[in-house]
Design a binder for this molecule. Structure first.
Ligand SMILES: O=C(O)CCC(=O)C(=O)O
Ligand SMILES: [Fe+2]
Length: 290
């Protein structure tokens, strides 16, 4: 099975159709290169201070910067990509009342890095995923060009349908070759891993996970984006970060919605946002867990 490419005008439904078959898809040239440049500038001081990884998984020649939602305005714009959010809503909403941002990471793979072991990002949860459902949608935004030589993420298309213990043959693994600003999106259950960097330049990607609203975030977004900053952000982002209540109770602060208790929003503001949100996601709301 090959990796399939879509044009930037593709709809979330188009992407989801490819995901259902392949577990992964690439949308070409989705983010403006100027936004990627800004993001690189904003994250550079953190990369300068970041240590290299210390194990095979995090890579000995790789630097990673997390907490991006608190550190980079350009990242925050990327995290609100309508296409990416649309895909995450369609895939995850049948299993939760509200999706959330669970992980953010800029990954700079240095020359000489070896390949990361293939893995599934949903292995982080100590349970098998719900039948037919997914725990997470994973994005990898190309912040440099991704080539087979410089360590493009390797993906095993179709592996979301495999028994969990099936090992991928090397000819089943495809490099996500893409230009800067393009987006690799895959299910949390798809086998993948960073490639080996045999080039002389860094390969830079920005990884974003969206997950079920009733599952703990991998990176605590309310600490990564403290209330003083969260208060100034768009309501959709506050919601994705976890400053909202899932279902009736999950995430309350002192019996109140955190937007009211902590961010200083009025009940009317929260209600207006929630009404608009219900309209937005109605087409993707199926019967589910919550
Ligand atoms: O760097 C990459 O291409 C993939 C990284 C990854 O899959 C991970 O760290 O979980
Ligand atoms: Fe991964």
């Amino acid at each position: 099975m090959r990796l399939e490419y879509l044009d930037p005008g593709a709809s979330a439904e188009d992407v989801c159709e490819v995901l259902a078959r392949c577990g992964a898809a690439i949308v070409r040239d989705l983010a403006p290169v100027s936004l990627i440049d800004d993001l690189l500038g904003e994250t550079q001081p953190y990369f300068d201070a970041a240590p290299r990884g210390q194990d095979e998984f995090r890579g000995y020649r790789t630097r990673r910067v997390g907490a991006l939602a608190g550190r980079s305005a350009s990242f925050r714009a990327l995290a609100l990509s309508p296409l990416a959010l649309g895909v995450a809503e369609i895939v995850l909403r049948p299993f939760c009342a509200r999706i959330q941002l669970t992980y953010t990471q800029a990954i700079r793979l240095g020359p000489g890095e070896s390949a990361q072991p293939l893995h599934r990002d949903d292995e982080v949860y100590p349970m098998t995923k719900p039948q037919g459902g997914e725990w997470a949608i994973i994005l990898m935004w190309a912040a440099s060009d991704f080539s087979a030589e410089n360590g493009a993420t390797r993906v095993v298309p179709g592996s979301h349908l495999w028994p969990r213990d099936r090992v991928a043959r090397s000819d089943e693994t495809m490099p996500a070759i893409m230009s800067r600003g393009s987006l690799l999106v895959h299910y949390g259950s798809v086998l993948h891993g960073g490639g080996a960097n045999a080039a002389s330049e860094d390969r830079v990607g920005v990884s974003v996970n969206y997950g079920l609203g009733w599952v703990r975030q991998i990176e605590n977004q309310c600490l990564a984006v403290p209330p003083e900053l969260a208060r100034t952000l768009p309501p959709r982002l506050q919601d994705l970060l976890g400053y909202a209540v899932h279902g009736r109770l999950l995430g309350e602060v002192g019996l109140e919605d955190p937007r009211v208790a902590v961010l200083g929003a009025s009940l009317d503001e929260v209600r207006a946002y929630e009404e608009a949100r219900q309209t937005d996601v109605r087409r993707t709301t199926l019967s589910g867990y919550a």
